[in-house]
Design a binder for this molecule. Structure first.
Ligand SMILES: *[C@@H]1O[C@H](CO)[C@@H](O)[C@H](O)[C@H]1NC(C)=O
Ligand SMILES: *[C@@H]1O[C@H](CO)[C@@H](O)[C@H](O)[C@H]1NC(C)=O
Length: 264
């Protein structure tokens, strides 16, 4: 890091000394095909992060199509993607307009720095009503809700457990943002088991044991995720995951489990 900063500070001199050096100010920033894997991965990670911040269960967005992508490589610092894409609501497939995002994978930082704006992604009335109704129902619960294998092996989710599944997706959007390194992608695969945690305050909470699907290794990552939520706010999440080391791609040395959270 320090070497790089020092090097940047000396750049004008270096340019004078080296006539063949890169043109000043811009490191290699180039268009990449919007359809390629890196561009789509950056867009999907940005929308996952957007979902985390939105705090809505019933308006989880997904990428419809990537229209433009550029990549800027900053030696020794990292790789910064800029992507423009259209997004839709995953529950209704309704289009919600254009999004622009930067996703910066920094070598010395644990998780990507993401900035994402979507033109018309305001939480719709129906979604926020559905969020609130589920929230109220869960708060009135005197016996904790439990569930297993969501979805089941036929891909089926019982209707009354659907919001519990969406809350898992909202919670894991934080986990995915926190865990993702460039070239690797996580997706929520299945809830093994879930149990509501009854609380006396205004929040609702669930403990999940779930699987994330990792690409390109195609391995399953088993995670315990504690999610605390109130409508319209990013969830508070604590988690610990165990990589399947035999099937992992070995891009970083895992000691078997990690535990982070945003409970600060
Ligand atoms: C998002 O909007 C903010 C405020 O208008 C702006 O500063 C930022 O550059 C935008 N981000 C992207 C990726 O377009
Ligand atoms: C790794 O993956 C292979 C094939 O997908 C599977 O048969 C094997 O059981 C997995 N290993 C572990 C430790 O789960």
């Amino acid at each position: 890091m320090h070497t790089a900063v020092f090097f940047l500070a000396c750049l004008p001199l270096a340019l004078q000394a080296l006539p063949f050096a890169v043109s000043s100010g811009s490191w290699s920033s180039r268009d990449i095909p919007p359809n390629n894997r890196e561009a789509r991965q950056a867009a999907r990670l940005a929308i996952t992060y957007h979902n985390y911040l939105s705090g809505s269960l019933h308006q989880l967005l997904e990428v419809a199509q990537v229209n433009k992508a550029t990549l800027k490589v900053v030696p020794e610092i990292g790789r910064k993607y800029y992507v423009e894409f259209t997004a839709r609501v995953s529950q209704t497939m309704e289009n919600v307009g254009l999004c622009a995002a930067t996703v910066f994978f920094q070598e010395a930082k644990p998780r990507p720095a993401i900035n994402v704006n979507c033109s018309s992604a305001m939480i719709q009335k129906q979604a926020s009503d559905d969020d609130y109704n589920f929230y109220t129902l869960m708060r009135s619960q005197t016996i904790p809700i439990t569930g297993e294998n969501i979805p089941d092996s036929f891909g089926y989710i019982e209707p009354q457990l659907e919001p519990v599944w969406h809350l898992a997706r909202l919670g894991t959007s934080y986990v995915i943002w926190d865990k993702t390194a460039e070239g690797h992608e996580y997706n929520m695969a299945q809830i093994k088991s879930v149990k509501q945690v009854l609380r006396k305050d205004n929040f609702i909470a669930f403990d999940y044991d779930l699987y994330l699907y990792e690409r390109p290794s195609e391995g399953m990552v088993s995670c315990s995720v504690h999610v605390v939520w109130i409508p319209g706010k990013p969830p508070k999440v604590d988690y610990s995951c165990t990589e399947d080391s035999e099937n992992g791609s070995g891009y970083r040395t895992e000691d078997g489990s990690t535990s982070f959270g945003n409970f600060k």
